[in-house]
Design a protein. Structure first.
Length: 138
């Protein structure tokens, strides 16, 4: 077994450079934390720090998954999710909402708009987020 094979087997995401995570988050600390952890796991990370920037990604090749905050400058996460679901080529991309909005109506709206998961940032460890990413894009 070559060293390259060992590395690929120990980190499956690194074996496929096409696995891309779009992180839509305006908190610089969280952006950096997600980016460092995801890149360590072998993912390519794209970043949008406001709603309008996130929407501009819809004209580009699709990522494998989107981590989406709801409270953003510019367009809201709900607006972004609506646009993702209406954009050919993007409508089947798994979207995980990561927010501190935990009211039942927010969770319901996120699910109705097509989020595959809804996680409350304050109650979620970054390793749990990484595990969810792996679950949805394996």
């Amino acid at each position: 077994m070559t060293e390259q094979t060992i590395n690929a087997n120990s980190n499956p995401a690194a074996a496929d450079p096409k696995k891309v995570v779009l992180v839509v988050e305006d908190d610089a600390f969280l952006v950096k934390a997600y980016q460092v952890k995801l890149e360590k796991e072998g993912y390519e990370v794209w970043i949008a720090t406001d709603g309008n920037e996130a929407i501009s990604y819809l004209s580009k090749p699709r990522p494998n998954i989107v981590l989406l905050d709801l409270m953003l400058p510019g367009a809201s996460g709900f607006d972004i999710l609506t646009q993702i679901r209406q954009t050919e080529g993007w409508k089947n991309v798994p979207v995980i909402i990561l927010t501190n909005l935990g009211q039942p109506q927010d969770v319901q709206q996120g699910k109705e708009l097509g989020a595959v998961d809804y996680m409350i940032k304050a109650n979620t460890k970054i390793n749990d987020i990484i595990a969810k990413v792996k679950q949805y894009i394996l």
